[in-house]
Design a protein around this ligand. Structure first.
Ligand SMILES: [Zn+2]
Length: 417
């Protein structure tokens, strides 16, 4: 996108945002003429969004509002997101611009939460717009526990499963407990569409090997909408006419070099209902400056929440680093990690009786990562109660990282299910 076009889009956004009470005082009074000026616009924090929800960021008249969504509010009061009809169509386009093409032959089981949350309500009309048939099987309701979802997938010959990566994993576990093989007993399944938690390299490989179908992942959040769906090569490319992604250093002033991890700041150039300008998402991310086989010059990697990391001496390890280590183990499905002196302690559930990790493997991983690594293999069911899969339908996002105190107190035993 040319510099002039980008500046024009930013100025259009600034003018639009001045219609909201929250933005009126924060926005430059006249059009900006450089990107340096754009970068002087103060960052918006989650706290700002919370304090100004539900109406403070609305930039359109009430009659234009079409849909309302809220974040779960697990880390504070919820953040509001209002969509116009135009916004909904924009988000639907983002779902359909990725590497997975939905067709009229598809039966798509949607297992994202339906109440208030955004993603289900974008994926649902997006795939219908392509002629696919939808089965709404929300993950946060007692109506569709895991066993019923497995039955629906078989009975209705589901071709695409859409849900959190954790849901795809727990469904596989349920299928196995029901005597089924995920790789063989769902012959109509051709793809998984994931969103809602970072799909690390390790997690993608694990799920693709269990279900033997490719995964297409969407990066988005309530505050920005559907964001980006990965290309056919599994990489996320930022649509520059729609978003500005900045990756900032710890000072939150300068941008990091491409290839380095920093704090993700997002500007939505086209969203009308509740747009965000320079929103400090609280997430870690990086720009990967490598050409993708699809032709794009660079891609984007989401590395999870900035608070969800392990700090070992001067190093920071996030879910990608930890998942890379796990991907070398014979059992990789369920694990947690916490800090220990000079390194990391993993607690990993065995997948089959007798799973173990040799000292040679640990030594090799320690050399590779330059880190002390301890791995404790625990019996199946320690971290995720398998009986729960037959009775519980409501499972949120997974938690992998714990503090040393929480590790001592074994908080991981009850953190998930
Ligand atoms: Zn690509």
């Amino acid at each position: 996108m040319s510099f002039e076009n980008r500046l024009q889009s930013i100025n259009k956004l600034i003018k639009h945002c001045r219609k909201a009470s929250f933005y009126r005082e924060r926005m430059p009074a006249k059009p900006i003429d450089s990107l340096a000026e754009f970068k002087k616009i103060p960052l918006i924090t989650k706290e700002d969004l919370r304090n100004n929800s539900p109406y403070g960021l609305v930039c359109v008249p009430q009659k234009k509002l079409y849909e309302y969504h809220e974040s779960f509010g697990t880390t504070g009061s919820p953040i509001s997101s209002w969509l116009t009809k135009e916004d909904l169509h924009l988000h639907m386009k983002n779902i359909n611009s990725g590497g997975l093409e939905f067709t009229k032959n598809d039966i798509v089981l949607i297992r994202f939460p339906y109440a208030l949350s955004l993603i289900a309500h974008i994926v649902h009309p997006a795939v219908q717009a392509k002629g696919a048939c939808v089965i709404p099987a929300s993950s946060r309701t007692t109506v569709t526990p895991f066993t019923r979802t497995i039955n629906l997938m078989q009975k209705l010959k589901v071709t695409i499963f859409a849900g959190l990566p954790l849901q795809a994993l727990l469904l596989a576990e349920t299928a196995e407990l029901m005597g089924l093989n995920p790789a063989q007993d769902f012959p109509h399944l051709r793809a998984i569409f994931s969103a809602g938690e970072p799909l690390t390299r390790g997690k993608r490989q694990l799920l693709e090997s269990i279900w033997r179908v490719p995964i297409t992942d969407n990066f988005g959040m309530t505050e920005i909408g559907s964001g980006i769906t990965n290309c056919q090569f599994g990489r996320h490319h930022i649509p520059e006419d729609e978003f500005i992604f900045e990756i900032l250093a710890d000072d939150l002033q300068t941008e990091v070099e491409p290839g380095s991890i920093g704090s993700l700041v997002i500007t939505t150039l086209k969203k009308k209902g509740t747009p965000v300008i320079r929103y400090l998402t609280g997430d870690r991310a990086k720009i990967v400056p490598e050409k993708c086989p699809c032709g794009e010059e660079y891609s984007f990697e989401h590395h999870g929440r900035s608070s969800d990391v392990l700090k070992i001496d001067n190093r920071v390890l996030d879910c990608w680093d930890l998942s890379d280590i796990i991907s070398h183990l014979p059992c990789q499905r369920f694990w947690v990690a916490g800090p220990k002196a000079d390194g990391v302690k993993f607690i990993v559930e065995e997948e089959k009786s007798g799973d173990s990790v040799t000292q040679d493997l640990i030594n090799a991983l320690e050399v590779k990562c330059n880190l002390k690594i301890e791995i404790e293999i625990v019996p199946k069911g320690t971290l995720y109660d398998r009986n729960g899969l037959f009775t519980v339908a409501e499972v949120g996002k997974p938690r992998y990282i714990f503090t040393s105190r929480e590790m001592e107190q074994k908080a991981y035993l009850t953190a998930n299910i």
